[in-house]
Design a binder for this molecule. Sequence first.
Ligand code: UDP
Length: 143
Amino acid sequence: MAVERTLSIIKPDAVARNQIGAICARLEKAGLRIVAAKMLHLDQQQAEGFYAVHRDRPFFRDLVKFMTSGPVLVQVLEGESAIARNREIMGATDPKKASPGTIRADFATNVEENAVHGSDAPETAKKEIAYFFRDDELCARTR
Ligand code: UDP
């Protein structure tokens, strides 16, 4: 196993419901360390750029509208197999299909308003982290 970094977003639905702390507690309990965090209200261009791979999907317009509807908490998480570990505790995209005890099973509303984002592979993690953070904004957690 290798120590990895992954990008996490607590989406506008969960931020609006004041669930930042509860979700961060799940991340930390899973052994993921927060090495960078910022709260942002994404504009249309930022949201479209972030989800550019989905631009031809039927849900793209609505997704961008949702992601710009309120502030989000963007974080970089670090840990052993952080990418897969985060995806595991997030649960399936559609909360109806998410395993019990996962973040989406417990906090998501529907397949669109699903509380969290997590990078799905090493290349996407690298790209997504660089989309929001400069290298000098990532804090080493050596203590
Ligand atoms: N999404 C949606 N409708 C769908 C599938 C996805 O609105 O039918 C949204 C949802 O917010 C999801 C995001 O688009 O988290 C990105 O989709 P992806 O398939 O990459 O899912 P994820 O990696 O977030 O589980």
